[in-house]
Design a protein around this ligand. Structure first.
Ligand SMILES: [Zn+2]
Length: 362
């Protein structure tokens, strides 16, 4: 009987020790006894934050597909020595933030009320054969490019490891896409704010407004002095976004949300953006100032009767926002400043039109 009990205890240990494909490429950073940062090596770094609480584990963002999320989840469980997942929170609906949700079957998935609709494009990649084929072809192309680059980094251990890591990432993704997987949408959604009481700590979820996506949120953990900014403050020096869907109320919300976190009485020691090493509270300021100056600047330009081209010249990125940088051609965010200006021009035009059509208050 004693022997059976011992074997029974060994089985979970052996299972926990079984490596999942790709686990050697999972990077883990222990930020505090309660917080772990995890990301896959060599893929432009996508931060996933795991938090252990009195009421269970919380996963913030879930990578690109179940096979990629599985070894990451296993490593986090190993670090915490537990696997009682209570919540999965998606900062927004882009694929490497919400496609690993199926790996957490018992957890409550949480997100902004726009998240289910925003995740429809992930569903389309699964159910529309043409979209699926295009997506797999794209991934195969990336994998082939990496394969071609590999001989060039022979002998450079760190670079070779990064490329091998990225190759494994895309192999797992292609396998998942070929097989197909479920898109798991949130069951707990909120319009503006949501507080999750987890006993020893609270998570404050705040909607940012329609910009980078329709469903971007930030998560503040006061007991850890931690802010997860997701893609709203994307990485240091990255341009904030004003998108085609953005309205005046969204820009005002971006500013109000950033102001609320920049307030002196809000303690933030670490900011975790989606795609870079952790930042600090003052890294929120360039994003906040960009929105404030650009909105005021476009309003003033319209008031003065400037053309769009003149406004673009006046508000050139390099001279006005030295802390922010344009990304190189080929990057998804390339041309963001011009796009932001066009969208602010549209927003301010609509605002002026509305003001002109309203009866005078005199
Ligand atoms: Zn995104």
């Amino acid at each position: 009987m004693v022997g059976l009990v011992r074997i029974g205890m060994l089985v979970p240990l052996l299972l926990a020790a079984t490596p999942h494909a790709g686990s050697e490429y999972v990077c883990i950073e222990r930020l505090s006894p309660r917080v772990v940062l995890a990301y896959w090596l060599g893929t432009g770094r996508c931060n996933l934050t795991a938090i252990q609480t009195a009421k269970g584990l919380v996963m913030i963002d879930t990578e690109m597909s179940p096979r990629i999320m599985t070894p990451i989840k296993a490593r986090i469980e190993q670090v915490f020595g537990r696997n009682d997942w209570a919540y999965v929170i998606n900062t927004h609906a882009h694929d490497n933030h919400a496609s690993g949700n199926p790996v957490f079957p018992g957890a409550v998935v949480v997100g902004h009320e726009n998240l289910p609709r925003d995740m429809e494009w992930l569903v389309a990649k699964q159910v529309d054969p043409e979209r699926k084929r295009q997506d797999i072809d794209h991934a195969v192309g990336i994998l082939q490019n990496l394969q071609a680059v590999l001989p060039q980094v022979a002998g450079q251990r760190t670079n070779a490891l990064r490329i091998l890591g990225e190759m494994q990432f895309w192999r797992l993704y292609i396998q998942d896409m070929k097989e197909g997987f479920e898109v798991v949408k949130p069951t707990l959604t909120f319009p503006d704010r949501q507080v999750l009481d987890l006993g020893d700590l609270t998570l404050e979820l705040v909607f940012f407004g329609k910009g980078h996506s329709l469903s971007d949120i930030l998560i503040y953990v006061p007991q850890e002095k931690l802010l997860i900014s997701g893609a709203t403050v994307y990485q240091r020096a990255h341009l904030p976004e004003v998108a085609e869907e953005t309205q005046l109320a969204d820009v005002q919300r971006f500013i109000a949300v950033l102001d609320s976190f920049l307030a002196p009485d809000v303690q933030i020691h670490r900011v975790i953006p989606s795609h870079s090493p952790p930042l600090v509270k003052s890294d929120l300021r360039p994003a906040r100032d960009y929105y404030v100056k650009m909105l005021a600047g476009v309003r003033a330009a319209r008031q003065e009767g400037l053309t769009f081209e003149q406004t673009t010249q006046r508000w050139a990125l390099r001279t006005n926002f030295p802390a922010l940088r344009e990304t190189p051609p080929g990057d998804w965010a390339h041309g963001m400043h011009d796009r932001n200006l066009r969208n602010l021009w549209r927003i301010v035009s609509a605002e002026r039109q509305k003001a002109a059509s309203e009866p005078s208050k005199n």
